[in-house]
Design a protein around this ligand. Structure first.
Ligand SMILES: [Zn+2]
Length: 246
């Protein structure tokens, strides 16, 4: 059973694809037995994010107007950038805050924690986003920081893995991809990075693996830029913006 809210927006369709991915993953891995059927965090989002990507590509293909295509791409890129870069900056914040506790041997004040959050985000965004000066105070809004420290990194890892896997799928460089993909999901908690390397040629110790993932986002940004070009006047440069949402 998959339970979710659904009102028919493209985002709802993506969410349904995501949650059904979890359902399919659990169904395929259920014969593994209780102790090993559950994937570790790093692989837990594989089927869900892959399903979302397949659905996104099919929606994009079916889109009738450039406006629809721009909207779909914009939302997807926003999600991907948030999942990868923003979660990595969250991880950096946790390293800073936990590191400061270790170095000083005392608890940090709320202002100090907010300062670390602000500093990590400012470094990550550079001059592309103008953060309000007091933006750092929103850190308690991300519940992972309290309930599962360092969880955020799993999002960046999981998304990069799926992006790389999707690249391999699209290139058609792995014969019998579909059978191998299903077999991988059936492995549940026994899936290892070695298996990924042997089956799909994806080696997480190789920088090329990570670049493959980033390339997926890059090519979508290229596609969006090409679609937006007719709307921009030649001298018009894109302005820095303020982030919305977590
Ligand atoms: Zn999920």
């Amino acid at each position: 059973m998959v339970m979710l809210n659904y009102k028919g927006s493209p985002r709802d369709v993506a969410t349904m694809a995501h949650e059904l991915g979890h359902g399919v993953h659990q169904e395929l891995a259920k014969n593994k037995g209780d102790r090993i059927k559950r994937s570790p965090l790093t692989f837990a989002e594989t089927a869900s994010v892959f399903g979302e990507m397949l659905t996104f590509k099919s929606l994009l293909k079916a889109a009738k107007t450039d406006d629809d295509r721009r909207r779909l791409l914009c939302d997807k890129i926003n999600d991907m950038v948030n999942t990868l870069y923003r979660q990595i900056s969250f991880h950096d914040f946790e390293k800073r805050a936990h590191g400061a506790v270790k170095a000083t041997g005392r608890a940090l004040s709320a202002d100090e924690i907010a300062g670390h959050f602000q500093a990590a985000l400012v470094e990550s965004y550079g001059d592309s986003v103008n953060l309000p000066e007091d933006y750092g105070v929103i850190y308690p809004y991300i519940s992972h920081f309290m309930h599962s420290p360092f969880y955020v990194y799993a999002y960046a890892f999981g998304d990069s893995l799926v992006n790389a896997l999707y690249q391999v799928y699209e290139e058609g460089s792995v014969p019998d991809f579909e059978a191998k993909y299903i077999e991988m999901l059936e492995m549940g908690g026994t899936l290892t990075p070695e298996h990924l390397k042997a089956t799909f040629g994806l080696d997480i110790t190789d920088p090329e693996f990570w670049k493959k993932g980033v390339k997926t986002i890059e090519s979508m940004i290229d596609e969006l830029e090409a679609l937006c070009a007719p709307l921009l006047k030649p001298q018009q440069a894109p302005a820095a913006n303020t982030p919305s949402g977590p």
